[in-house]
Design a protein around this ligand. Structure first.
Ligand code: NAD
Ligand code: G6P
Ligand code: MN
Length: 440
């Protein structure tokens, strides 16, 4: 079986150890010959990498492992780039979330003005990775899950149209695991689903088991009462995420025919979200206090003891979709997966140049999107507004345009007026001086 060389870009990410453990658990179907980490923060990456080095030595000493901040070294001789960078790291996420809240608007990592601010930072970072890949390993594929994936995907569609990049998100996978649970199945892969939308902005239209039985009525009945909270709770769900899964109950009330992505709560119930936010302590603070502390604490313990049992790093089970995607390309499996791709007619009554999240068959030459057909007015209206926001952000970044970014924030369904949009924008510009292009 052919063996592959992978570089993880954003080697210092809190998700890197979980992904390494997941790659190790899947060596039978996606074998590695080399694994590299790349990050532009050498110190942050070193802690994660030294701990992973211990794990790799124990479990798979035959895989050649290295880490670097040098793009040439990182991107030379690789088959896949797995990209999860966060430009500006958690301190900037904290600002994305807190600045809009100061103006009475919700603060979220990927939605509303916070997501727009993050997008303005991520575009350059991800395009940089694409360029390194094309320069040093032109035949490689990039599997990108750096956020905000919707804006990043639009940027790569428009500015690097020929790049071999696949944009993907784990939220539908997490929700589908919960749906499977609700339906009494063991695994989400026992279901066949239809879904359409934008990233963090979509709907399931059909959920069947492998025999073609319709599971939608049973799952909808449950979601209408309890949201995406299964009868026996998924272990380790944090309170703030649990609230989001419960809120799907109200989100699904808007359309009796579909089941929604949890992120729609930010667009359909922004007043509720603001009321339930603490402007002094947001999700970024929770993540820094919990996940980041836990992952870095475990890595340091592993490094000190020289053995993996000294830490508590967990395999990222949900991240197996990344192996599915890599294996689909590597071995032409034609697996059906949700990807963020150019619409190009798949949703018949929607902008062909929009980046949409829809099922695709994935093989060695990339994704083959499946036809969705026509979508209803409600979804079409919401998606048209949101896709315009995403396109305006990319145009604003490309043209260095204050005007277009003001339009983008004004158009976001989460923002009440152009004057509030302008006040938020001016604060975001101040906070993002180091990361955004200077706007004219
Ligand atoms: P993190 O801050 O722990 O890690 C990100 C790393 O990226 C940091 O080590 C940072 O130094 C590095 N980085 C920043 N800019 C870079 C650049 N230009 N080049 C190289 N490295 C750079 O963040 P995290 O919480 O672990 O999340 C990582 C990313 O994964 C985020 O974008 C997050 O939103 C995304 N994510 C996406 C999904 C999805 O479904 N699409 C799921 C989980 C996480
Ligand atoms: C889901 C989404 C990701 C997002 C993450 C945030 O997995 O699909 O796009 O980055 O949630 O999780 P966090 O724990 O960092 O708030
Ligand atoms: Mn996502």
């Amino acid at each position: 079986m052919k063996k592959f060389s992978v570089v993880v870009a954003g080697g210092g990410s809190t998700f890197t150890p979980g992904i390494v453990l997941m790659l190790l658990a899947n060596q039978h179907r996606f074998p590695l010959r080399a694994l590299k980490f790349y990050d532009n923060d050498g110190a942050r990456q070193e802690t994660i990498a030294e701990a992973c080095k211990v794990i790799l030595k124990e479990q798979a000493p035959e895989i050649e492992f290295s880490y670097t901040t040098d793009p040439k070294e990182a991107f030379t001789d690789v088959d896949f780039v797995m990209a999860h960078i966060r430009v500006g790291k958690y301190p900037m996420r904290e600002k994305d979330e807190k600045i809009p809240l100061r103006h009475g608007v919700l603060g979220q990592e990927t939605c509303g003005p916070g997501g727009i601010a993050y997008g303005m930072r991520s575009i350059g970072g991800v395009l940089g990775l694409v360029d390194y890949m094309e320069k040093y390993s032109p035949n490689a594929w990039m599997l990108n899950y750096s956020n905000p994936a919707a804006i990043v995907a639009e940027a790569t569609r428009k500015l690097r149209p020929n790049a071999k990049i696949l944009n993907i998100c784990d939220m539908p996978i997490g929700i589908e695991s919960r749906m499977a649970h609700i339906a009494g199945l063991k695994d989400r892969k026992e279901m066949c689903t239809r879904y359409y939308g934008l990233n963090h902005f979509g709907w399931w239209t059909s959920i069947e088991d492998k025999h073609g039985n319709d599971l939608m009525p049973k799952i909808r009945e449950h979601v209408a009462k309890f949201g995406y909270v299964p009868p026996t709770e998924e272990p380790g769900t944090e309170a703030s995420w649990n609230d989001t899964f419960v809120k799907a109950r109200d989100v699904c009330a808007l359309d009796p025919d579909t089941l929604p992505n949890t992120y729609l709560k930010y667009y359909l119930y922004p007043d509720y979200v603001v009321k339930h936010s603490n402007p002094a302590h947001t999700r970024a603070n929770e993540v820094m206090e919990h996940r980041e502390k836990h992952v870095f604490g475990s890595c340091n313990a592993i490094i000190q003891a020289g053995k993996s049992s000294a830490g508590e790093l967990e395999i990222d089970e949900h991240a197996s979709y990344i192996v599915d995607l890599a294996a689909a390309i590597a071995f032409n499996t034609q697996e059906r997966m949700l990807l963020i791709v150019p619409n190009n007619g798949a949703i018949n009554n929607f902008d062909p140049e929009a980046m949409v999240e829809i099922p695709c068959l994935v093989g060695k030459s990339g994704p083959e999107p499946l036809v969705v057909g026509n979508i209803p007015q409600f979804q079409k209206g919401l998606m048209s507004q949101q896709v315009a926001v995403e396109k305006l952000v990319v145009e604003a970044w490309e043209e260095r345009s204050y005007q277009k970014l003001w339009q983008a924030i004004t158009l976001s369904k989460t923002v009440p007026s152009a004057s509030v949009a302008k006040a938020i924008l001016d604060d975001l510009i101040e906070a993002n001086k180091e990361y955004w292009p200077e706007l004219k």
